[in-house]
Design a protein around this ligand. Structure first.
Ligand SMILES: [Zn+2]
Length: 538
Protein backbone atom coordinates (compact mmCIF):
# COMPACT_ATOMS: atom_id res chain seq x y z
CA UNK A 1 0.00 0.00 0.00
CA UNK A 2 1.27 3.44 -0.82
CA UNK A 3 2.08 5.88 1.96
CA UNK A 4 -0.25 8.71 3.05
CA UNK A 5 -0.35 11.87 0.94
CA UNK A 6 -0.88 15.40 2.24
CA UNK A 7 -1.90 18.05 -0.29
CA UNK A 8 -0.61 21.29 1.20
CA UNK A 9 -1.70 24.92 0.94
CA UNK A 10 -4.28 24.52 -1.78
CA UNK A 11 -7.52 26.42 -2.15
CA UNK A 12 -10.03 23.70 -1.29
CA UNK A 13 -13.30 23.85 -3.24
CA UNK A 14 -15.18 20.88 -1.88
CA UNK A 15 -17.83 20.30 -4.58
CA UNK A 16 -20.80 21.41 -2.47
CA UNK A 17 -20.92 25.08 -3.64
CA UNK A 18 -19.31 26.08 -0.33
CA UNK A 19 -16.90 29.02 -0.35
CA UNK A 20 -13.26 28.17 -1.14
CA UNK A 21 -11.11 27.47 1.89
CA UNK A 22 -7.35 27.40 2.29
CA UNK A 23 -6.56 24.00 3.78
CA UNK A 24 -4.53 20.80 3.60
CA UNK A 25 -6.07 17.52 2.52
CA UNK A 26 -4.73 14.23 3.87
CA UNK A 27 -5.25 10.93 2.11
CA UNK A 28 -4.55 7.36 3.16
CA UNK A 29 -5.59 3.96 1.84
CA UNK A 30 -7.45 5.56 -1.07
CA UNK A 31 -9.62 7.79 1.10
CA UNK A 32 -9.63 11.35 2.36
CA UNK A 33 -8.87 11.14 6.08
CA UNK A 34 -8.63 14.80 7.13
CA UNK A 35 -9.11 18.34 5.82
CA UNK A 36 -7.66 21.15 7.91
CA UNK A 37 -4.75 23.46 8.56
CA UNK A 38 -1.15 22.35 8.96
CA UNK A 39 -1.85 18.64 8.83
CA UNK A 40 1.21 16.59 9.66
CA UNK A 41 1.30 12.86 8.93
CA UNK A 42 4.86 11.72 9.65
CA UNK A 43 6.04 9.84 6.58
CA UNK A 44 3.43 11.30 4.27
CA UNK A 45 4.29 12.33 0.75
CA UNK A 46 3.69 16.06 0.33
CA UNK A 47 2.00 17.53 -2.74
CA UNK A 48 2.44 21.30 -2.83
CA UNK A 49 -0.78 22.93 -4.08
CA UNK A 50 0.16 26.57 -3.40
CA UNK A 51 -1.86 28.88 -5.71
CA UNK A 52 -3.84 25.92 -6.98
CA UNK A 53 -7.38 24.72 -6.50
CA UNK A 54 -7.96 21.34 -4.89
CA UNK A 55 -11.34 19.93 -5.88
CA UNK A 56 -13.10 16.59 -6.16
CA UNK A 57 -12.21 14.76 -9.35
CA UNK A 58 -14.71 15.66 -12.05
CA UNK A 59 -17.54 13.29 -12.85
CA UNK A 60 -18.22 13.13 -16.56
CA UNK A 61 -21.87 12.19 -16.30
CA UNK A 62 -22.37 11.82 -20.06
CA UNK A 63 -19.80 10.04 -22.21
CA UNK A 64 -19.38 7.41 -24.89
CA UNK A 65 -15.94 6.35 -23.74
CA UNK A 66 -16.99 2.71 -23.85
CA UNK A 67 -16.18 3.16 -27.55
CA UNK A 68 -12.54 4.05 -26.81
CA UNK A 69 -11.51 2.89 -23.33
CA UNK A 70 -10.87 -0.72 -24.41
CA UNK A 71 -8.24 0.68 -26.82
CA UNK A 72 -6.93 3.42 -24.57
CA UNK A 73 -7.57 2.61 -20.91
CA UNK A 74 -5.47 5.57 -19.74
CA UNK A 75 -8.41 7.86 -20.62
CA UNK A 76 -5.87 10.52 -21.58
CA UNK A 77 -8.10 13.39 -22.74
CA UNK A 78 -10.27 13.08 -19.64
CA UNK A 79 -7.60 12.56 -16.99
CA UNK A 80 -5.82 15.65 -18.33
CA UNK A 81 -8.99 17.66 -17.73
CA UNK A 82 -9.30 16.36 -14.17
CA UNK A 83 -12.02 13.79 -14.83
CA UNK A 84 -11.87 10.78 -12.50
CA UNK A 85 -15.22 9.07 -13.23
CA UNK A 86 -17.04 8.49 -16.51
CA UNK A 87 -20.62 7.33 -17.05
CA UNK A 88 -20.70 5.16 -20.19
CA UNK A 89 -23.26 3.30 -22.29
CA UNK A 90 -25.38 6.39 -23.05
CA UNK A 91 -27.98 7.29 -25.68
CA UNK A 92 -29.31 3.75 -25.96
CA UNK A 93 -25.95 2.41 -27.10
CA UNK A 94 -24.20 -0.15 -24.96
CA UNK A 95 -21.62 -2.66 -26.14
CA UNK A 96 -23.37 -5.45 -24.19
CA UNK A 97 -25.26 -7.68 -24.06
CA UNK A 98 -24.26 -9.30 -27.37
CA UNK A 99 -26.35 -12.41 -27.79
CA UNK A 100 -25.44 -15.46 -29.91
CA UNK A 101 -26.08 -14.75 -33.61
CA UNK A 102 -26.53 -11.03 -32.86
CA UNK A 103 -22.86 -10.12 -32.48
CA UNK A 104 -22.48 -8.99 -36.09
CA UNK A 105 -25.68 -6.95 -35.88
CA UNK A 106 -24.35 -5.08 -32.84
CA UNK A 107 -20.98 -4.58 -34.48
CA UNK A 108 -22.60 -3.16 -37.62
CA UNK A 109 -24.98 -1.02 -35.58
CA UNK A 110 -22.19 0.63 -33.59
CA UNK A 111 -19.73 0.82 -36.48
CA UNK A 112 -20.31 4.52 -37.33
CA UNK A 113 -19.30 5.37 -33.78
CA UNK A 114 -16.76 2.68 -32.97
CA UNK A 115 -15.47 1.02 -36.15
CA UNK A 116 -12.34 -0.07 -34.29
CA UNK A 117 -14.08 -2.16 -31.61
CA UNK A 118 -14.37 -5.90 -31.91
CA UNK A 119 -17.39 -7.61 -30.43
CA UNK A 120 -17.97 -11.08 -29.12
CA UNK A 121 -20.86 -12.89 -27.53
CA UNK A 122 -21.34 -11.76 -23.93
CA UNK A 123 -23.92 -11.13 -21.27
CA UNK A 124 -23.65 -7.93 -19.21
CA UNK A 125 -22.05 -9.64 -16.23
CA UNK A 126 -19.18 -11.11 -18.26
CA UNK A 127 -18.79 -7.81 -20.07
CA UNK A 128 -18.23 -5.97 -16.79
CA UNK A 129 -16.09 -8.73 -15.29
CA UNK A 130 -13.74 -8.66 -18.27
CA UNK A 131 -13.61 -4.90 -18.65
CA UNK A 132 -9.98 -3.73 -18.85
CA UNK A 133 -8.31 -1.90 -15.95
CA UNK A 134 -8.79 1.85 -16.47
CA UNK A 135 -7.35 5.14 -15.26
CA UNK A 136 -10.85 6.42 -14.49
CA UNK A 137 -13.76 4.95 -12.55
CA UNK A 138 -16.49 3.73 -14.87
CA UNK A 139 -20.24 3.64 -14.34
CA UNK A 140 -21.98 1.45 -16.91
CA UNK A 141 -25.46 1.87 -18.35
CA UNK A 142 -27.27 -0.66 -20.49
CA UNK A 143 -28.69 0.77 -23.70
CA UNK A 144 -32.32 0.45 -24.73
CA UNK A 145 -31.35 0.48 -28.41
CA UNK A 146 -29.00 -2.43 -27.76
CA UNK A 147 -31.70 -4.36 -25.87
CA UNK A 148 -34.14 -3.79 -28.73
CA UNK A 149 -31.58 -4.71 -31.37
CA UNK A 150 -30.84 -7.97 -29.53
CA UNK A 151 -34.56 -8.73 -29.29
CA UNK A 152 -36.19 -7.58 -32.51
CA UNK A 153 -33.52 -6.13 -34.77
CA UNK A 154 -34.19 -2.81 -36.47
CA UNK A 155 -37.91 -3.33 -36.95
CA UNK A 156 -40.28 -0.38 -36.82
CA UNK A 157 -43.10 -1.79 -34.66
CA UNK A 158 -43.98 -2.32 -31.01
CA UNK A 159 -42.60 -5.44 -29.32
CA UNK A 160 -44.82 -8.49 -28.88
CA UNK A 161 -45.45 -9.47 -25.23
CA UNK A 162 -42.74 -12.13 -25.57
CA UNK A 163 -40.29 -9.63 -26.99
CA UNK A 164 -41.02 -7.15 -24.22
CA UNK A 165 -40.39 -9.79 -21.59
CA UNK A 166 -37.17 -10.75 -23.38
CA UNK A 167 -36.00 -7.14 -23.14
CA UNK A 168 -37.01 -7.02 -19.47
CA UNK A 169 -34.96 -10.16 -18.84
CA UNK A 170 -31.87 -8.64 -20.48
CA UNK A 171 -32.38 -5.43 -18.51
CA UNK A 172 -32.66 -7.33 -15.23
CA UNK A 173 -29.47 -9.24 -15.98
CA UNK A 174 -27.60 -5.97 -16.68
CA UNK A 175 -28.92 -4.34 -13.49
CA UNK A 176 -28.08 -7.40 -11.40
CA UNK A 177 -24.57 -7.27 -12.85
CA UNK A 178 -24.03 -3.69 -11.69
CA UNK A 179 -25.32 -1.40 -14.44
CA UNK A 180 -26.54 1.83 -12.82
CA UNK A 181 -29.53 2.07 -15.10
CA UNK A 182 -30.80 2.16 -18.65
CA UNK A 183 -30.07 4.74 -21.31
CA UNK A 184 -32.39 5.50 -24.18
CA UNK A 185 -31.67 7.05 -27.57
CA UNK A 186 -35.12 7.85 -28.86
CA UNK A 187 -33.83 10.02 -31.70
CA UNK A 188 -32.57 7.14 -33.78
CA UNK A 189 -33.44 3.61 -34.81
CA UNK A 190 -34.40 1.36 -33.16
CA UNK A 191 -35.16 3.49 -30.07
CA UNK A 192 -37.16 5.84 -32.29
CA UNK A 193 -39.47 2.91 -33.13
CA UNK A 194 -40.52 2.52 -29.49
CA UNK A 195 -43.58 4.08 -27.88
CA UNK A 196 -43.59 5.66 -24.42
CA UNK A 197 -45.50 2.60 -23.18
CA UNK A 198 -42.56 0.32 -23.93
CA UNK A 199 -40.22 2.65 -22.03
CA UNK A 200 -42.57 2.77 -19.06
CA UNK A 201 -42.74 -1.05 -19.01
CA UNK A 202 -38.95 -1.23 -18.90
CA UNK A 203 -38.92 1.68 -16.45
CA UNK A 204 -40.89 -0.44 -13.99
CA UNK A 205 -37.91 -2.84 -13.91
CA UNK A 206 -35.64 0.12 -13.16
CA UNK A 207 -38.00 1.25 -10.41
CA UNK A 208 -37.99 -2.19 -8.82
CA UNK A 209 -34.20 -2.05 -8.60
CA UNK A 210 -33.75 1.55 -7.54
CA UNK A 211 -31.96 2.08 -10.84
CA UNK A 212 -31.94 5.24 -12.98
CA UNK A 213 -33.05 6.31 -16.45
CA UNK A 214 -30.93 8.42 -18.78
CA UNK A 215 -32.51 9.68 -21.96
CA UNK A 216 -31.40 11.23 -25.19
CA UNK A 217 -34.71 12.90 -25.99
CA UNK A 218 -36.79 11.72 -28.93
CA UNK A 219 -36.25 15.12 -30.48
CA UNK A 220 -33.86 17.98 -29.73
CA UNK A 221 -35.04 20.22 -32.55
CA UNK A 222 -38.50 21.37 -33.60
CA UNK A 223 -40.27 18.92 -31.29
CA UNK A 224 -37.99 19.24 -28.28
CA UNK A 225 -40.77 20.34 -25.92
CA UNK A 226 -42.95 17.40 -26.98
CA UNK A 227 -39.99 15.17 -26.20
CA UNK A 228 -39.59 16.79 -22.76
CA UNK A 229 -43.30 16.21 -22.23
CA UNK A 230 -42.87 12.52 -23.07
CA UNK A 231 -40.12 12.31 -20.46
CA UNK A 232 -42.37 13.99 -17.89
CA UNK A 233 -45.09 11.42 -18.64
CA UNK A 234 -42.54 8.67 -18.07
CA UNK A 235 -41.54 10.32 -14.79
CA UNK A 236 -45.11 10.52 -13.60
CA UNK A 237 -45.51 6.77 -14.06
CA UNK A 238 -42.06 5.52 -13.04
CA UNK A 239 -40.45 6.50 -9.74
CA UNK A 240 -36.80 6.63 -10.74
CA UNK A 241 -34.27 9.40 -11.20
CA UNK A 242 -34.40 10.70 -14.77
CA UNK A 243 -31.48 12.43 -16.43
CA UNK A 244 -32.03 14.22 -19.73
CA UNK A 245 -28.60 14.02 -21.29
CA UNK A 246 -26.89 16.66 -23.44
CA UNK A 247 -29.94 18.94 -23.18
CA UNK A 248 -30.10 21.32 -26.12
CA UNK A 249 -32.39 23.33 -28.35
CA UNK A 250 -31.25 22.50 -31.82
CA UNK A 251 -32.15 24.38 -35.01
CA UNK A 252 -32.71 28.06 -35.74
CA UNK A 253 -36.43 27.98 -34.90
CA UNK A 254 -35.78 26.65 -31.39
CA UNK A 255 -33.02 28.94 -30.24
CA UNK A 256 -33.74 30.85 -27.05
CA UNK A 257 -35.67 28.01 -25.37
CA UNK A 258 -33.17 27.18 -22.62
CA UNK A 259 -34.94 29.16 -19.90
CA UNK A 260 -38.30 27.60 -20.73
CA UNK A 261 -36.76 24.11 -20.49
CA UNK A 262 -35.09 24.85 -17.16
CA UNK A 263 -38.34 26.26 -15.80
CA UNK A 264 -40.14 23.04 -16.76
CA UNK A 265 -37.53 20.99 -14.91
CA UNK A 266 -37.73 23.07 -11.77
CA UNK A 267 -41.56 22.96 -11.80
CA UNK A 268 -41.36 19.17 -12.09
CA UNK A 269 -38.88 18.99 -9.23
CA UNK A 270 -41.23 21.09 -7.12
CA UNK A 271 -43.89 18.45 -7.78
CA UNK A 272 -41.55 15.77 -6.45
CA UNK A 273 -40.31 14.43 -9.79
CA UNK A 274 -36.64 13.55 -9.76
CA UNK A 275 -35.37 15.01 -13.02
CA UNK A 276 -32.10 16.63 -14.04
CA UNK A 277 -30.23 17.50 -17.16
CA UNK A 278 -26.67 18.00 -18.29
CA UNK A 279 -25.09 19.88 -21.18
CA UNK A 280 -21.83 20.14 -23.05
CA UNK A 281 -20.61 23.73 -23.42
CA UNK A 282 -20.52 23.94 -27.22
CA UNK A 283 -22.77 25.02 -30.07
CA UNK A 284 -21.99 22.03 -32.31
CA UNK A 285 -23.46 18.57 -31.91
CA UNK A 286 -21.88 15.35 -33.16
CA UNK A 287 -23.74 12.55 -34.88
CA UNK A 288 -23.51 9.96 -37.61
CA UNK A 289 -24.32 11.77 -40.86
CA UNK A 290 -27.02 9.24 -41.63
CA UNK A 291 -28.85 10.18 -38.40
CA UNK A 292 -29.57 13.62 -39.84
CA UNK A 293 -32.01 11.87 -42.15
CA UNK A 294 -35.49 10.71 -41.12
CA UNK A 295 -35.60 7.47 -39.09
CA UNK A 296 -37.52 5.56 -41.79
CA UNK A 297 -34.44 5.70 -43.99
CA UNK A 298 -32.60 3.46 -41.55
CA UNK A 299 -35.13 0.73 -41.10
CA UNK A 300 -33.57 -2.65 -41.85
CA UNK A 301 -29.94 -1.60 -41.37
CA UNK A 302 -27.12 -0.16 -43.46
CA UNK A 303 -27.65 -2.12 -46.67
CA UNK A 304 -31.33 -1.19 -46.79
CA UNK A 305 -30.43 2.46 -46.13
CA UNK A 306 -27.86 2.54 -48.91
CA UNK A 307 -30.26 0.90 -51.34
CA UNK A 308 -32.88 3.57 -50.61
CA UNK A 309 -30.31 6.34 -51.03
CA UNK A 310 -29.52 5.44 -54.63
CA UNK A 311 -33.21 5.49 -55.54
CA UNK A 312 -34.14 8.91 -57.05
CA UNK A 313 -37.74 8.70 -55.73
CA UNK A 314 -36.47 8.15 -52.20
CA UNK A 315 -34.11 11.10 -52.59
CA UNK A 316 -37.03 13.27 -53.66
CA UNK A 317 -39.05 12.16 -50.63
CA UNK A 318 -36.09 12.90 -48.33
CA UNK A 319 -35.60 16.35 -49.80
CA UNK A 320 -39.28 17.22 -49.38
CA UNK A 321 -39.33 16.11 -45.76
CA UNK A 322 -36.13 17.92 -44.90
CA UNK A 323 -37.21 21.10 -46.70
CA UNK A 324 -40.38 21.12 -44.63
CA UNK A 325 -39.19 19.92 -41.25
CA UNK A 326 -35.45 20.45 -41.19
CA UNK A 327 -32.97 17.72 -40.39
CA UNK A 328 -34.09 14.80 -38.27
CA UNK A 329 -33.62 15.83 -34.65
CA UNK A 330 -31.64 18.96 -35.55
CA UNK A 331 -34.27 21.19 -37.10
CA UNK A 332 -33.36 23.90 -39.55
CA UNK A 333 -29.64 24.66 -39.86
CA UNK A 334 -28.27 27.88 -41.36
CA UNK A 335 -26.76 25.94 -44.31
CA UNK A 336 -24.75 22.81 -45.12
CA UNK A 337 -21.76 24.96 -44.17
CA UNK A 338 -22.79 24.06 -40.60
CA UNK A 339 -22.17 20.32 -41.20
CA UNK A 340 -18.51 19.35 -40.94
CA UNK A 341 -17.12 15.86 -41.46
CA UNK A 342 -15.55 14.66 -38.25
CA UNK A 343 -14.53 11.06 -38.83
CA UNK A 344 -14.92 9.16 -42.07
CA UNK A 345 -13.31 5.73 -41.77
CA UNK A 346 -13.51 4.94 -45.50
CA UNK A 347 -12.70 8.46 -46.71
CA UNK A 348 -10.39 9.87 -44.02
CA UNK A 349 -9.01 12.59 -46.31
CA UNK A 350 -12.30 14.48 -45.99
CA UNK A 351 -12.16 14.95 -42.20
CA UNK A 352 -12.60 18.63 -41.36
CA UNK A 353 -14.39 19.51 -44.64
CA UNK A 354 -17.94 20.87 -44.68
CA UNK A 355 -20.64 19.36 -46.87
CA UNK A 356 -21.01 22.79 -48.51
CA UNK A 357 -17.36 22.96 -49.50
CA UNK A 358 -17.40 19.41 -50.91
CA UNK A 359 -20.50 20.23 -52.94
CA UNK A 360 -18.82 23.33 -54.31
CA UNK A 361 -15.73 21.35 -55.25
CA UNK A 362 -17.80 18.80 -57.14
CA UNK A 363 -20.16 21.39 -58.58
CA UNK A 364 -23.26 19.63 -57.24
CA UNK A 365 -26.20 20.47 -55.01
CA UNK A 366 -25.41 20.47 -51.26
CA UNK A 367 -28.24 18.14 -50.27
CA UNK A 368 -27.24 15.63 -52.97
CA UNK A 369 -23.68 15.89 -51.69
CA UNK A 370 -24.76 14.91 -48.18
CA UNK A 371 -26.59 11.86 -49.52
CA UNK A 372 -23.70 10.94 -51.83
CA UNK A 373 -21.32 11.06 -48.89
CA UNK A 374 -23.45 8.64 -46.89
CA UNK A 375 -23.33 6.23 -49.82
CA UNK A 376 -19.62 6.70 -50.52
CA UNK A 377 -18.62 6.10 -46.90
CA UNK A 378 -21.22 3.33 -46.51
CA UNK A 379 -23.00 5.16 -43.68
CA UNK A 380 -19.89 5.29 -41.47
CA UNK A 381 -19.36 9.07 -41.38
CA UNK A 382 -19.70 11.15 -38.22
CA UNK A 383 -20.29 14.88 -38.56
CA UNK A 384 -20.32 17.97 -36.35
CA UNK A 385 -23.45 20.08 -36.80
CA UNK A 386 -23.30 23.69 -35.62
CA UNK A 387 -26.94 23.91 -34.59
CA UNK A 388 -27.15 25.33 -31.03
CA UNK A 389 -27.16 28.97 -29.93
CA UNK A 390 -24.37 30.30 -27.75
CA UNK A 391 -26.93 32.25 -25.68
CA UNK A 392 -28.66 28.98 -24.74
CA UNK A 393 -25.33 27.35 -23.91
CA UNK A 394 -24.54 30.24 -21.57
CA UNK A 395 -27.97 30.10 -19.93
CA UNK A 396 -27.45 26.41 -19.16
CA UNK A 397 -23.89 27.01 -17.98
CA UNK A 398 -25.11 29.65 -15.53
CA UNK A 399 -27.82 27.48 -13.95
CA UNK A 400 -26.32 25.69 -10.93
CA UNK A 401 -28.75 22.77 -11.37
CA UNK A 402 -27.56 21.91 -14.87
CA UNK A 403 -24.64 19.48 -14.83
CA UNK A 404 -21.66 19.37 -17.16
CA UNK A 405 -21.05 16.23 -19.21
CA UNK A 406 -18.77 16.05 -22.23
CA UNK A 407 -20.75 13.67 -24.42
CA UNK A 408 -17.22 12.89 -25.60
CA UNK A 409 -14.91 9.94 -25.69
CA UNK A 410 -11.64 9.51 -23.87
CA UNK A 411 -9.10 9.84 -26.64
CA UNK A 412 -5.47 10.70 -27.23
CA UNK A 413 -3.73 12.32 -30.20
CA UNK A 414 -1.76 9.11 -30.81
CA UNK A 415 -3.05 5.82 -32.14
CA UNK A 416 -6.48 4.80 -33.31
CA UNK A 417 -8.40 7.24 -31.13
CA UNK A 418 -6.32 10.10 -32.56
CA UNK A 419 -7.82 9.75 -36.02
CA UNK A 420 -10.15 12.21 -37.72
CA UNK A 421 -11.27 15.48 -36.21
CA UNK A 422 -13.44 14.65 -33.23
CA UNK A 423 -15.50 17.21 -31.37
CA UNK A 424 -13.24 19.44 -29.20
CA UNK A 425 -15.44 18.54 -26.22
CA UNK A 426 -13.50 15.25 -26.00
CA UNK A 427 -10.49 17.28 -24.82
CA UNK A 428 -11.87 20.53 -23.48
CA UNK A 429 -15.31 20.39 -21.84
CA UNK A 430 -14.37 20.83 -18.19
CA UNK A 431 -11.44 23.17 -18.80
CA UNK A 432 -13.70 25.35 -20.97
CA UNK A 433 -16.31 25.76 -18.22
CA UNK A 434 -13.68 26.53 -15.57
CA UNK A 435 -11.44 28.72 -17.75
CA UNK A 436 -13.59 30.38 -20.38
CA UNK A 437 -17.05 30.60 -18.78
CA UNK A 438 -16.12 30.98 -15.11
CA UNK A 439 -12.78 32.83 -15.06
CA UNK A 440 -12.75 34.73 -18.37
CA UNK A 441 -16.43 35.59 -18.82
CA UNK A 442 -17.39 35.54 -15.13
CA UNK A 443 -20.69 33.79 -15.83
CA UNK A 444 -20.48 31.77 -12.63
CA UNK A 445 -18.26 31.38 -9.59
CA UNK A 446 -15.58 28.72 -9.50
CA UNK A 447 -17.36 26.87 -6.70
CA UNK A 448 -20.61 26.79 -8.71
CA UNK A 449 -18.75 25.61 -11.81
CA UNK A 450 -17.08 22.82 -9.83
CA UNK A 451 -20.39 21.84 -8.20
CA UNK A 452 -21.90 21.26 -11.66
CA UNK A 453 -19.21 18.65 -12.39
CA UNK A 454 -18.82 17.06 -8.94
CA UNK A 455 -21.31 17.28 -6.05
CA UNK A 456 -24.34 17.87 -8.23
CA UNK A 457 -23.54 14.94 -10.52
CA UNK A 458 -22.82 12.61 -7.59
CA UNK A 459 -26.19 13.54 -6.10
CA UNK A 460 -28.07 12.94 -9.35
CA UNK A 461 -26.37 9.57 -9.79
CA UNK A 462 -26.83 8.60 -6.16
CA UNK A 463 -23.10 8.00 -6.07
CA UNK A 464 -21.85 7.13 -2.62
CA UNK A 465 -18.69 8.67 -1.13
CA UNK A 466 -17.56 10.51 -4.24
CA UNK A 467 -18.10 13.98 -5.67
CA UNK A 468 -17.15 15.91 -2.52
CA UNK A 469 -13.97 16.52 -0.57
CA UNK A 470 -14.92 15.12 2.78
CA UNK A 471 -13.25 12.81 5.30
CA UNK A 472 -14.21 9.21 4.54
CA UNK A 473 -14.83 9.91 0.86
CA UNK A 474 -12.82 8.19 -1.85
CA UNK A 475 -9.77 10.20 -2.82
CA UNK A 476 -10.72 11.19 -6.37
CA UNK A 477 -9.03 14.60 -6.44
CA UNK A 478 -8.06 17.16 -9.07
CA UNK A 479 -5.52 19.91 -8.51
CA UNK A 480 -5.46 22.69 -11.10
CA UNK A 481 -4.21 26.22 -11.62
CA UNK A 482 -7.27 28.51 -11.77
CA UNK A 483 -5.25 31.15 -13.67
CA UNK A 484 -4.13 28.88 -16.49
CA UNK A 485 -6.81 26.20 -16.82
CA UNK A 486 -8.02 26.36 -20.42
CA UNK A 487 -9.35 24.39 -23.30
CA UNK A 488 -6.86 24.18 -26.17
CA UNK A 489 -8.81 21.97 -28.58
CA UNK A 490 -10.57 23.70 -31.48
CA UNK A 491 -12.88 22.44 -34.23
CA UNK A 492 -10.00 22.78 -36.71
CA UNK A 493 -7.36 21.26 -34.45
CA UNK A 494 -9.12 19.19 -31.79
CA UNK A 495 -6.36 16.84 -30.67
CA UNK A 496 -5.01 19.20 -28.00
CA UNK A 497 -4.97 18.39 -24.31
CA UNK A 498 -6.43 20.93 -21.91
CA UNK A 499 -3.97 23.18 -20.04
CA UNK A 500 -3.71 23.90 -16.33
CA UNK A 501 -4.50 20.58 -14.64
CA UNK A 502 -1.51 19.60 -12.55
CA UNK A 503 -2.32 16.54 -10.45
CA UNK A 504 -5.12 13.99 -10.51
CA UNK A 505 -5.64 11.25 -7.93
CA UNK A 506 -7.97 8.37 -8.68
CA UNK A 507 -8.85 6.30 -5.61
CA UNK A 508 -5.86 7.91 -3.91
CA UNK A 509 -3.38 6.96 -6.67
CA UNK A 510 -1.51 9.65 -8.59
CA UNK A 511 -2.65 9.34 -12.17
CA UNK A 512 -1.57 12.77 -13.40
CA UNK A 513 1.51 14.38 -11.90
CA UNK A 514 2.99 17.68 -13.05
CA UNK A 515 0.56 17.53 -15.97
CA UNK A 516 1.86 14.14 -17.15
CA UNK A 517 0.03 10.82 -17.04
CA UNK A 518 1.72 8.38 -14.67
CA UNK A 519 0.26 5.33 -16.40
CA UNK A 520 -1.68 4.35 -13.27
CA UNK A 521 -4.85 2.33 -13.89
CA UNK A 522 -6.49 2.82 -10.50
CA UNK A 523 -10.08 3.30 -11.65
CA UNK A 524 -12.84 0.99 -10.47
CA UNK A 525 -16.02 -0.24 -12.06
CA UNK A 526 -18.68 1.32 -9.84
CA UNK A 527 -21.55 -1.10 -9.42
CA UNK A 528 -25.09 -0.15 -8.55
CA UNK A 529 -25.32 -2.47 -5.58
CA UNK A 530 -22.12 -1.33 -3.84
CA UNK A 531 -21.41 2.21 -4.90
CA UNK A 532 -24.78 3.94 -5.06
CA UNK A 533 -27.16 4.90 -2.32
CA UNK A 534 -30.55 4.46 -4.02
CA UNK A 535 -30.21 0.97 -5.34
CA UNK A 536 -32.12 -2.01 -4.12
CA UNK A 537 -30.71 -5.51 -4.51
CA UNK A 538 -32.55 -7.74 -6.92
ZN1 LIG B 1 -27.05 11.24 -27.29
Amino acid sequence: MSKPIVIRNGLVIDGSRAEPLKADVAIDEGRIIEIGNDISKGEAEIVDATDKVVSPGFIDIKTHSDWTLPLMPQAESKIRQGVTTEVIGHCGYSCAPALPDKVDALSEYLSPSAPWLSFKETNFNDYLNHYPALSVNAIHLVGHNTLRLMTMGLEDRPPTPDELSHMKGLLKEALASGALGMSSGLFTAPGSFSETEELVALGKILEGSGASYFTHLRNEGNNVFDAIQETMEFSEQVGVHVQIVHMKLSGLDNWGGARKAMNLFSEARNKGISIDCDIYPYTAASNPLRNLMPAWLQEGGIEATLTRLVNPDMRKRLRNEIDQEGLNNFGRIPSWEAVRISISPNLPEYAGRTIASLAEERGIDQFEMALDFIVEDRGQTRVLVDSISEADVRAFVQDPDVMIGSDGNSVSPEGTTGQGRPHPRFYGTFAKVLGHYSRDLGLLSLQDAIYKMTGSSAKALGLRNRGLLKPGFNADITIFDPQSIAERATYEDPHQYAAGVDTVLVNGIKTLQGGEHTGALAGKILRRQQDFSNSKLI
